[in-house]
Design a binder for this molecule. Sequence first.
Ligand code: PEP
Ligand code: MN
Length: 275
Amino acid sequence: MKTYRLASREGHPEDSIIKVNDNLTIGGSDLIIIAGPCAVESRDLYLEAALLVKAGGAQILRGGAFKPRTSPYSFSGLAQEGLEILVEARAKTGLPVVTEVMDVRDLELVIQYADILQVGSRNMQNFSLLQEVGKTNKPVLLKRGFAATILEWLLAAEHIMKAGNHQVILCERGVRTFETFTRNTIDLGAVVAVKELSHLPVIVDPSHGTGRASMVAPIARAAIAAGADGIIVEVHQNPDQALSDGFQSITPEAFTRMVIDLRRIADAVGRNLPI
Ligand code: PEP
Ligand code: MN
């Protein structure tokens, strides 16, 4: 038996399907598209972005209210105000929201607003956070640590599952390599490997995985072709002005074009992209 016995396909051969709400699931034959700005920056910008990505084909909204930033002087999110904007966007669009919980101390707050809890790359081995999100009943989007092996990533999922919460969605977001042209090196091989090793859904983040807007759509297409269960992508109306990750953010127009192409890839590989 594998050390990640709950996440393993051994003993659970069929794909897990994670229920987000009454009309949305992740995993199985349907693909999921999650989109929105890196961070919730302001009410007006976010609400507009939410409507634009919905029109372009997003089924779930993303947006950070608590942002892990390399520099302590960078914009670190609007915290509770950002969470309130997220739920307003959910009410306006009817789309569920995923947002990062960075710290165990914020979990009680974030859980009141989020439909899906994101555990970020930098926190993939924050075992106390994994345990605490594992005690909740919310789906967890677990991003791969940027220096984590596939085994470490699956064991991180196992921590959440062992605590009682089996609703884990894995997200490949690139790993650090010797390459500097791209922000990270996207590991689509890991998607194939994890689909083999685990029954959990796996999505791909081509935004952090490349760090370059021009590479987002091609990598998103490749991800779906490789068997990913969906993508999470950063979209901003004005990438040059974004308070975080503008360089890798695509415009709503580019997002809309990308989704049209993803539909064709989905058809080609026997997957379904609901409206
Ligand atoms: C994000 O989704 O904005 C983010 C910070 O991602 P990661 O944890 O993968 O860097
Ligand atoms: Mn980001």
